[in-house]
Design a binder for this molecule. Structure first.
Ligand SMILES: Cc1ncc(COP(=O)(O)O)c(C=O)c1O
Length: 371
């Protein structure tokens, strides 16, 4: 079976993990700090805080944006963690409809949803194809709202030549097994604000005001055991085993993303003359999509899914609109575009190590079915 996603792992990742295991320090430590510093430099932002998932990153990003007790305008077309994070913070998700072509939040529909209770807008760069951030930032500025970027799909992607996840007030990344930069599990929050950074560093480790590594005096090796707890934090930080994989993956990220873009182009070339297949669109502001997934729109989605399965090709559906889930049904919407378009969505296999003969099989199998 050709999987929908597969991480690209090699000897460098294995060796990096081995080195950490032998070092005697496998928890939160120097590798995590190195990964944060290199990630911030790559993203061209001031601070990066490593977490154990994007779910944790989103939870804490919304906490430091102080959304509690308010409303957060959000998209239904996402993995549910985006919206769970709103609820973790005792805030209310307000679902904004999406653009039928990009599947991103429709920025032109956001302002009508703003109320005196609105505190923030969370955007998801679906598939790594940028949301039109200038429109979102304009509304946020005029209505005094925070902008949280869920860049789980978007590592390495750009909007008008700026890295996705560094354009709003705060950015959240996922390093889950199938993401563009994969560590098994992991996440990152990016910010340019020193006070937000300091608070995130505490909140990610149960509220402890200094991390273990910085408590170890590297010159005298004397262990400064004192720390304070200033507020209720969570056990959300990354460890050095994960960070070691992340460091290797970060080095390879641009190369892997270029390969994703190349495969996406091959699919688009093969399908573009067929009017029955809706394709990912690249708007002029999407200066560099991270090409996390390749999602087509077809009338008989379930038929195509079954047919590809018979050919040994796995597919996925990203996503069931979150306001279709029982626990999200009561929240304000409605989102008719998302409600209609999701029934056509099918995610084809896309990962850097996909072989040419697999790509050819996928292209011809899709075209044969559509014919
Ligand atoms: C858009 C989006 N947001 C958040 C998440 C949560 O990421 P994680 O699995 O790292 O918690 C995912 C993961 O699939 C995602 O796709």
């Amino acid at each position: 079976m050709i999987p929908v996603f597969r991480p690209s792992m090699g000897d460098a990742e294995t060796n990096a993990v081995g080195e950490v295991l032998r070092s005697g320090w496998i928890g939160l430590g120097p590798k995590t700090k190195e990964f944060e510093d290199k990630f911030a430099a790559y993203m061209n932002c001031k601070y990066a805080v490593a977490m154990n998932s994007a779910t944790a990153a989103l939870h804490l990003a919304m906490a430091v944006m102080k959304v509690d007790g308010g409303e957060v305008i959000t998209t239904p077309m996402t993995f549910v963690s985006t919206n769970h994070a709103i609820l973790y913070n005792s805030a209310v998700p307000v679902f904004c409809d999406i653009e039928p072509d990009t599947l991103n939040i429709d920025a032109d529909k956001i302002e009508a949803l703003v109320t005196p209770l609105t505190k923030a807008i969370v955007v998801v760069h679906y598939g790594g194809y940028a949301v039109d951030m200038d429109k979102v930032l304009d509304i946020a500025k005029r209505r005094n709202l925070k902008v949280i970027e869920d860049a789980a799909h978007a590592c390495g992607g750009e909007y008008k030549n700026r890295k996705l996840g560094t354009i709003g007030d705060i950015g959240c990344f996922s390093f889950h097994a199938v993401k563009n930069l994969a560590t098994g599990d992991g996440g990152m929050v990016t910010t340019n604000d020193a006070a937000i950074y300091a608070r995130l560093m505490k909140l990610r480790w149960v509220g402890i005001s200094k991390d273990t590594w910085s408590r170890e005096d590297t010159t005298t090796k004397a262990y400064s055991w004192y720390y304070n707890i200033e507020e209720l934090g969570f056990k959300y930080h990354m460890n050095d085993i994960t960070a070691a994989i992340g460091l290797v993956q970060l080095e390879k990220l641009d190369t892997m993303n270029r390969r994703r873009a190349e495969i996406s182009r091959m699919y688009t070339e093969a399908f573009s003359s067929n009017k029955k297949i809706g394709l990912p669109v690249i708007k002029n502001y999407m200066t560099r999509p991270s090409c996390h997934n390749y999602v087509i729109k077809v009338e008989d989605r379930d038929g195509l899914n079954a047919s590809l399965k018979q050919q040994g090709i796995a597919t996925g559906v990203h996503y069931i609109p979150n306001n279709n889930y029982d626990m999200y049904k009561g929240f304000r919407g409605p989102t008719p575009v998302a409600g209609a378009v999701w029934k056509k969505l099918l995610t084809l296999p896309l990962f850097p190590d996909l072989k040419q003969k697999e790509i050819e099989l996928i292209k011809s199998s899709v075209l044969d079915f559509i014919k």
